[in-house]
Ligand binder design. Structure first.
Ligand code: PMP
Length: 406
């Protein structure tokens, strides 16, 4: 049976997956690249074996798994045996943080995270607190950055682990992760990073930035959902949080989903060959949107860091307008945008990240996030600009809070 090799081609952009919608919510979900879907198909119908089986079909699955592990590892500068496949970023955050804390409890009971973390890390923090650990949350500056100095001030003799996301999935601010790694170097404190928001947008290489544990997801590089990985640097001890048949070196039991894992590997191969050009294309569209929104709409601000931000992220705050109202109005025009993190959208609470940046609750509620990706077209920006000023004007006309400054 043949293993489908990655087929990166020279196209920077294959035709759009959807024609009926201007999709600008790439941070919450990405389409699977059609080339990835093609590469996955044989693993459902031909190479469907269980990698733990002793027969030839099982061996083929093992081979496919080993090959995929090597390809994913290569994209992040890791060794294959440092990659543990999981069901996605939430599980990787659980395994990386809880697993490390459990395994290293005798060294100390203190864990540091930041106030910019994804809800899956924040809730892992709460879980640890209920289970005998102490968790400190480092506040953010007005741009959503964690200062290494403020982090250093919170380290105690009992600190065993620091978890800081590489970049915010919400406001797009990129953390000084290399400086944080440097700060922790030589201390017996592990550094975990949730790199999901930065994957495929920034170069991530564990030889350059020596993190100990790193959460990765397949969908963020246009692979299938429901699969991800935890990078575990050689020698770093992690206890499993799910037990069973002992797959993935005992760290993640459960029969491996070879098709999805092979899809993840193909997605990383494609990203490796296309990322540079893709990021420039996406950045240009994002820059044009930011420029035009700030020029054409009054009383709007760009949240997050002006330069240290993900190249695909535009996160605005419109005075005296509700984020949900903007998203629903844009939806009527066939534009898919977001108020922030889709994973927290059911809480009705304002974004914890924006509150930590110093915004008032009513200010944080006026957020609108656009995230670009591989299948956007140049005219997507024009289609937003054609309707957004009117949408804002209409919503403000109904808002008792709006007082124009000009
Ligand atoms: N971390 C970050 C930064 C995310 O953006 C997300 C959601 N895409 C997750 C973790 C959780 O991912 P999932 O819901 O796929 O487990």
């Amino acid at each position: 049976m043949n293993h489908t090799e990655a087929k990166p081609d020279t196209r920077v952009c294959v035709p759009p997956v959807r024609d009926d919608v201007v999709y600008l919510d790439y941070q919450s979900s990405k389409p699977v690249d059609p080339r990835v879907v093609e590469a996955m198909a044989p693993y459902y119908t031909q190479n469907f074996g269980n990698a733990s089986a002793l027969h030839g079909v099982g061996d083929e699955a093992t081979e496919a798994l080993d090959e995929a592990r090597a390809r994913v590892a290569r994209f992040f500068g890791a060794n294959p045996e440092e990659i543990v496949f999981t069901s996605g970023a939430t599980e990787s955050n659980n395994l990386g943080i809880i697993g490390y804390a459990l395994r290293n409890k005798r060294k100390g009971d203190h864990v540091i995270i930041s106030e910019a973390e994804h809800i899956s890390v924040l809730n892992v923090g709460k879980y640890l607190e209920k289970n005998g650990f102490r968790v400190t949350r480092v506040p953010l500056d007005m741009y959503g950055r964690v200062s290494p100095k403020k982090l250093a001030a919170r380290i105690t003799d009992d600190t065993i682990l620091v978890s800081i996301g590489w970049a915010s999935n919400e406001i797009g601010t990129v953390q000084p992760i290399a400086a944080i790694a440097e700060l922790l170097a030589g201390r017996d404190i592990a550094l975990h990073t949730d790199a999901v928001a930065a994957e495929g947008l920034l170069p991530i290489d564990v030889r350059e930035v020596p993190v100990d544990l790193m959460t990765l997801s397949s969908n963020d590089v246009y692979g299938p959902r429901g699969v991800g990985a935890l990078y575990v640097r050689k020698g770093v001890g992690v206890a499993p949080v799910m037990v069973g048949g002992g797959q993935e070196r005992g760290l993640r039991s459960g029969t491996e989903d070879v098709a999805s894992i092979a899809g993840f590997a193909t997605a990383t191969d494609i990203m490796a060959s296309e990322m540079l050009a893709e990021v420039e294309r996406v950045r240009a569209m994002r820059d044009r949107l930011v420029e035009r929104v700030l020029a054409e709409i009054p009383d709007v601000h760009l949240n997050g860091h002006p330069t240290e931000r993900l190249p695909n992220n535009a996160h605005f705050r419109f005075e005296a307008v509700e984020g949900e109202a903007m998203v629903l109005s844009l939806r009527d025009y066939g534009i898919a945008a977001s108020t922030g993190s889709a994973c927290s959208s059911k809480t009705l609470e304002p974004s914890h990240t924006l509150i930590s940046c110093g915004l008032l609750h009513e200010e944080a509620h006026g957020s609108l996030e656009f995230t670009f990706g591989r299948f956007n077209r140049e005219d997507d920006v024009d289609r937003v600009i054609a309707v957004l000023p009117d949408v804002i004007e209409r919503l403000r006309a109904m808002s008792p809070l709006y007082r124009p400054k000009k």
